[in-house]
Design a protein around this ligand. Structure first.
Ligand SMILES: Cc1cc2nc3c(=O)[nH]c(=O)nc-3n(C[C@H](O)[C@H](O)[C@H](O)COP(=O)(O)OP(=O)(O)OC[C@H]3O[C@@H](n4cnc5c(N)ncnc54)[C@H](O)[C@@H]3O)c2cc1C
Length: 412
């Protein structure tokens, strides 16, 4: 992976983007002690998708390749707490998976099998037991529920900042207010980046720029197979119906998920037709831009009938907050991790597919290993950049495939 070098490198590794992927990579690389790492964030750390996340850390996934990445995140949380000597308030409330239709009952059966084979604890609950844990839940007819007690959620900003602080303690440099504007290239090697504060030479550059990662890669002629897709959730006004320690709840029949927050209920709804943005139309700022109508009213109205079946109190609850942000989705809902054939000194770490908080640990450990020319701790074949063949990420038909990956997602 090392570029032909004249000894003038300012860093061994440059990371573009200070979201949770960038911060995790910085920590994992810095603690290997193999070289100097510099992270460049054009705004402030964790200001984009990372700070928007609902941050469910659901371990059992139909897309089983994700599970080792998520396990690493749980290990990182424990390691960061020890290293920083502070708690990160992981809310280990468990997750309740609910399935009402025949299709989703079959899927839940499969998911429970996946969880058991991975050694995760899982219990089928009676309807009474499920409602004892989730008092707002209405279960009809043939609905079944499985409870996974070791799952949890976390404040995504705190986790990202813990990675950032631990990285700094290990010697990483994280600079804010510096935008990467392009790449330095010597033939088939990337030898650094151009920035708003001048060039930075490096042996390896990681593109972890979230929704903007595809645009940066396109400047190299590389088509990253992903699109920025809107994710959104609402938080109700505080209500005693929602105990602060009740489980996260996954409701595929309502295309919904939820967890307690701020004394109310945070719930996300996945539209049948998700909305993507042409990367070329993204603003050059990571925060404060509008993603459609204020309040997400039409999505809420569209999703309410299905959610109401499980949450009959929905219409009596006030909505206190609406959050929308951009995740990056690939057509198969798996991230993009690794090198591009024929291009040295460049790695991509993006395509989070709405699971970037949960997978951040595995992404950081894998990319740090690749950048250090070590064998990654996990099989990265499912995450190869070229797995869809040649694609045009700006093409509407391709973006539709990425939108569908979000619409069809049924796990947490
Ligand atoms: C509403 C919502 C709910 C979500 N819920 C969950 C959930 O429950 N569980 C879960 O695991 N995930 C969830 N996610 C997904 C999660 O937020 C993302 O997967 C994760 O934050 C991606 O992190 P990232 O570092 O790739 O991107 P980002 O956090 O977007 O970071 C990218 C960074 O790159 C910077 N950047 C961009 N271009 C440049 C440049 N040219 N130069 C320098 N810096 C640049 C940006 O400023 C930004 O800070 C949710 C996302 C949203 C929007």
């Amino acid at each position: 992976m090392s570029a032909p070098t004249n000894g003038s490198h300012q860093a061994d590794l440059v990371i573009v983007g200070g979201g949770i992927f960038g911060c995790s990579i910085a920590w994992h690389y810095a603690r290997l002690g193999v070289g100097r790492v510099l992270l460049l964030e054009r705004d402030i750390l964790a200001c984009a998708a990372t700070s928007c996340a609902a941050a469910l850390l659901t371990r059992a996934r139909v897309k089983t390749a994700l599970m080792v990445l998520i396990t690493q995140t749980y290990a990182d949380i424990a390691a960061l707490e020890a290293e920083l000597d502070e708690t990160l308030d992981l809310h280990r409330v468990g997750s309740l998976h609910v399935a009402a239709s025949a299709l989703h009952r079959r899927e839940l059966q499969d998911l429970v099998g996946v969880a058991e084979r991975a050694g995760l604890r899982v219990d089928w609950l009676t309807a009474d037991d499920a409602i004892r844990r989730v008092p707002w839940l209405n279960l009809e007819g043939d609905a079944v529920t499985a409870f996974m007690p070791d799952d949890g959620f976390i404040d995504p900003y705190r986790l990202a900042m813990a990675y950032a602080r631990a990285a700094r303690r290990c010697g990483a440099e994280l600079r804010q207010g510096v935008a990467v504007t392009g790449f330095l290239r010597q033939g088939d090697w990337i030898s650094g980046v151009a920035t708003t504060q001048g060039p930075v030479h490096a042996a390896c550059v990681v593109d972890a720029a979230g929704a903007w990662a595809g645009l940066l890669a396109a400047s190299l002629g590389v088509g990253l197979p992903m699109a920025p897709v809107r994710s959104q959730y609402w938080i109700t006004a505080p209500d005693p119906l929602f105990p602060p320690d009740h489980p996260t709840t996954i409701l595929p029949d309502a295309r919904a998920y939820s967890r307690p927050d701020l004394g109310g209920l945070l719930f996300g709804l996945r539209e049948r037709q998700s909305v993507s943005i042409d990367p070329r139309r993204l603003p050059c700022t990571s925060s404060g831009f509008a993603l459609g109508e204020a309040g997400g009213h039409s999505s809420l109205e569209g999703g309410a009938p299905a959610l109401r079946r499980f949450l009959p109190a929905l219409d009596q609850l006030g909505i206190a907050h609406y959050i929308a942000g951009l995740s990056t989705y690939t057509p198969d809902g798996l991230p993009i991790l690794g090198a591009v054939a024929g291009l040295g000194g460049f790695l991509a770490a993006t395509g989070c597919s709405g699971a970037g908080i949960a997978t951040a640990g595995g992404v950081g450990a894998s990319i740090a290993a690749l950048a250090a020319e070590r064998t990654p701790p996990f099989d990265l074949a499912p995450f190869r950049i070229d797995r869809f063949g040649p694609i045009n990420p700006f093409n509407m038909e391709f973006r539709r495939r990425c939108e569908q990956a979000r619409s069809n997602k049924s796990s947490g």
